[in-house]
Design a protein around this ligand. Structure first.
Ligand code: GDP
Length: 541
């Protein structure tokens, strides 16, 4: 029996069915760099019929000749700087897979992307277990009650004992684990994977070490017919392991999973396609459809009739042929139709959405409609910012999109002072995208930029050079970070700013910011000014 349906070329009918939000699965993959996220993404798209050969994501990417330098940075450093969305449909379910950049320097972008998903797949390398970035991203998911399916990858290679991995997940993340697909042998003994729910053995024919291409149905993990096809020592080990696994860990409980207390665990190999189909089936069957989204006027139910959505990402330069910016919008309720006029809550102005686009692997196309859970791109010239809410007329705002205090601060030095205007424009644009934060000091005329990780500075300089034809360098500043200042009474803020002119600035929305030199100075300011709040994050408005 063939495991995968014949891969198809992009069906143009994706999302055309008016089946509402319940059939949406909007999810992200979280992992530490190198665990196999890109490979798994490709295989999921393949399993979903979104691409017709593995590697197409990369191949198409490389075919884009005119990619700018920051894409080159991404390629040369082997990291994924951009986030994007990939939509595909299988068996009546529309999957919206939101890509998150894996490198920690871009975690701010990742945090925001995670505000737009309803569930996540956590990829863990079987040889390495939980790594630092996995843990960080997991904690964000937990904060937001995002349920997680775990994919333990690379079981075709020598790795750690499956029990060791399960115990690490259980103890390290304080989660119940429920193994769903188990590896049959590992490394040089690797024979395939066994689906504990369906009793299907995923293997490869004719070479045991090749890619998965065959499924055989057995009566159970102890079926003598299964053991007959396995090398004796592998069969014996497998039988013992499965017995222990089934006795020692939780049975699958869909409710516990959706509440974030339990993670189903799938052992597999993204590279060789083992267990990818099983993973997708678990997402389709159990991952939650769109969940209520928090707003300043209470949670918005996805089944509410009127349309609502928020912008979680703005990206420029998606395609050299389209110089505009694209705002990535997650729908939270209602049935959106192309051409609708939505209320742009921040400005109070109507916004006619005539060219909504959806993303199919690396392609883009116009879409006629969207439901809660869907993510579309709206091309615009700067009207839409990260954190913006769109409604059918109501004035509430979605909440929970944080802007983080930067950890690296630099003064921007302009090589050619005639280019001041271009620089201002560039910083405004790139701050709007969320790449950097920009501060204008109370004293002095040079901009200060703040980033969460230093790699963002390379990307910034590279993009300013390429897209705005302006060369910049960075100089150190004595400031360690930034804190947003607020108080019940405006005059307290004013007084503080006057007394600390050398260490104050305005952010791009003219909000007052304190730039302390170190922790001590921040503590001192807090002690001296009990009426002021120095916030580490602020909600984007
Ligand atoms: P990412 O950084 O998480 O996106 O990881 P990639 O998908 O780029 O994978 C990192 C490396 O691991 C690449 O060399 C992949 O070919 C390899 N890899 C990914 N999945 C598997 C797997 O299942 N088995 C083996 N042996 N290698 C894998």
């Amino acid at each position: 029996m063939s495991a995968l349906p014949e891969p198809q070329i992009a069906p143009t009918s994706v999302r055309s069915k008016p089946d509402g939000s319940l059939s949406r699965r909007t999810f992200a993959i979280i992992s530490h760099p190198d665990a196999g996220k890109t490979t798994l993404t490709e295989k999921l798209l393949l399993a979903g019929g979104a691409i017709n050969m593995a590697g197409a994501v990369k191949v198409r990417g490389e075919n884009r000749r005119a990619r700018s330098d920051w894409m080159e940075i991404e390629q040369s450093r082997g990291i994924s700087v951009t986030s994007s969305v990939m939509t595909f449909e299988r068996e009546g379910i529309t999957f919206n897979l939101l890509d998150t950049p894996g490198h920690s320097d871009f975690s701010e972008d990742t945090y925001r992307t995670l505000t737009a998903v309803d569930s996540a797949i956590m990829v863990v390398d079987v040889a390495k277990g939980i790594e630092s970035q996995t843990r960080k991203l997991f904690e964000i998911c937990r904060l937001r009650d995002i349920p997680i399916i775990t994919f333990v990858n690379k079981v075709d290679r020598e790795g750690r004992d499956p029990f060791e991995i399960l115990d690490e997940l259980e103890a390290g993340l304080a989660l119940s684990v429920s193994p769903q697909v188990w590896p049959v042998g590992m490394g040089s003994d690797f024979q395939g994977c066994f689906d504990l729910e369906t009793n299907e053995f995923l293997h490869s024919r004719p070479r045991a070490a090749g890619s998965f291409n065959s499924v055989t149905q057995f009566n159970g993990p102890d079926d003598p017919a299964l053991h007959a096809v396995l090398p004796e020592h592998v069969a014996a080990k497998f039988a013992g392991e499965v017995e222990l696994a089934q006795a020692g860990y939780s049975a699958f409980d869909a409710e516990a999973y959706r509440q974030g207390h339990l993670t189903p665990v799938v052992f597999g190999s993204a590279l060789r396609d083992f267990s990818v189909d099983q993973l997708l089936k678990i997402v389709a069957r159990f991952a939650p459809p769109p969940r209520p989204q928090p707003s300043d006027k209470g949670a918005v139910d996805p089944l509410t009739q009127s349309v609502s959505a928020f912008v979680f990402k703005v990206q420029a330069n998606m395609d050299p042929n389209h110089r505009d910016r694209v705002a990535f919008v997650r729908f939270c309720s209602g049935h959106f139709k192309r051409g609708m006029k939505l209320n742009h809550v921040r400005s109070g102005k109507p916004l006619a959405v005539n060219n909504p686009i959806y993303f199919f692997a690396q392609e883009r196309a116009l879409t006629e409609e969207a439901f809660a859970g869907d993510v579309i791109g709206i091309p615009n010239h700067g009207t839409l910012r990260v954190g913006d809410t769109l409604t059918e007329g109501e004035t509430f705002r979605f909440t929970g999109l944080p802007s983080f205090a930067p950890e690296v601060m630099r003064r921007v030095r302009l090589e050619d002072t005639m280019k001041m205007k271009q620089l201002r424009r560039a910083l405004e644009d790139l701050a709007e995208e969320g790449l950097v934060q920009v501060f204008k000091p109370t004293i002095g005329s040079q901009w200060i930029v703040g980033v969460v990780g230093p790699l963002q500075l390379d990307v910034l300089a590279s993009r300013v050079r390429n897209e705005y034809k302006t060369d910049i360098t960075f100089e150190p500043v004595p400031y360690a970070t930034a804190r947003w200042i607020s108080a019940d009474e405006e005059r307290f803020v004013k007084t503080f700013m006057q007394e600390n002119m050398m260490s104050c600035a305005m952010d791009r929305d003219e909000r007052p910011v304190f730039l302390p030199k170190n922790d001590w100075e921040l503590r001192y300011a807090r002690e001296r000014n009990p009426g002021l709040t120095f916030a580490e994050t602020r909600e984007i408005v």
